[in-house]
Design a protein around this ligand. Sequence first.
Ligand code: PEP
Ligand code: CO
Length: 470
Amino acid sequence: MEDWTPSSWATKPIKQDVVYDDTEGVQAALNKLQKLPPLVTTQEILNLKKSLRNVALGKAFVLQGGDCAELFDYCNQDMVEAKLKLLLQMSANKPVVRIARIAGQFAKPRSSPMEVVNGVEMPSFRGDNINGFAATAESRRPDPSRLVSAYFHSAATLNYMRASLSSGLADLHSPLDWGLGHVITPSIKEKYERIVSRVKDALRFMHTVGIDTDRGVETVDIFTSHEGLLLEYEQSLTRLLRNPHTTTLQPTTTSTSSTSTTSTPLQSYYATSAHFLWIGDRTRQLDGAHVEFFRGIANPIGIKIGPSMTPDDLVRLLDVVNPTREIGKVTLISRYGAAKIAEHLPAHIAAVQRSGHLPVWQCDPMHGNTQTTPTGVKTRHFSDILSELRQALEIHRSAGSFLGGMHLELTGEAVTECVGGAGGLTEEGLGERYTTFCDPRLNEKQALELAFLVAGFYREMDDAEGMNSI
Ligand code: PEP
Ligand code: CO
């Protein structure tokens, strides 16, 4: 990679940077992080990359979801478990690749570095890895010890995720034990039970013929992700690591054959804070620090794209971060809003198709649909979220492209932050359990309903095209 190092971003203009007054403290924190082990392995990262390649080719569906802003306090058994169960229960018509916004989704881009709380101006809350939410000048001061704390909270969350999954949290043999019964409407429950009974029949059959003895049926993968906003942190956890399975492909000293060379290098730089990192809509400037950092890492990456992205810049950006045009290396996460998607998505798809890049196309129906109620509460309407998803699917179909998945802000708790859905939550009801520290999230019921409705759209369109559906 030409002229790239894990720290080359520092020579570029940066948005949303954090100014610490304790520079020695920052250096001590980064030195500590550099010595700690990676949070994820290269093999896991490459497994995700392979799965996302399948999504780009239309063979699988990617579901990415979790909190807008994770807090250190969310690192507890109940909240981690609730989120995992919810992501596992959300189904689609194709194999699902699951990526959680978890175990590191701490840093948040803010529209203004300062805000006024109770008449006092103070620095905005930037996320638990930077400063504290408590509205005092002292707590809002960027504190470098939070960088190390972020690592350990990520590690504890990830440890419990891995342990739960390998202990059978997702065991398909007992899907009715997932405690779904009381949270969904009767019609959704009925559909779900039909699917479960079909799965059970299949498992009984596999058991009878003796093919369920390996652990493949009982475990699933859930990958981790966060916005790669805080580049000092990401740099400290970026490591030059040997690429799995490449040793035998390298030219040997005795070989002169040109066929023994391969395009996979022996080692690559991996961001090891999570399997998947994305660049936010506010930090994706072509000549900026974030794009510079992202172009050097071997992980699959996401780029948020909104109405301010031009088709030409989108292609330039893909050329910079993925010059070899690896299929599915980049996930384009579109977030225009239900009222604007029809105006922007077709030109973005057309430009990318002309360029020869084949990214994963994912729809984030949350960030373009945020509204404020007359009483000043930030919310999103279920109907807008559903409408942006439906339009995304239709626009991709008619352009001969695949909508590969969706990107949601959700939580396993019964919060009241988004309006609508079968539960009929109204603006008046938002105050009941409004607990987000950032953007409004779908609650468990709303997220499950959305997944069922979206799977229904795919089925409808497959049927209309006369394709086989399951
Ligand atoms: C987010 O995903 O929470 C976010 C800030 O999104 P965007 O960059 O699309 O505004
Ligand atoms: Co958000």
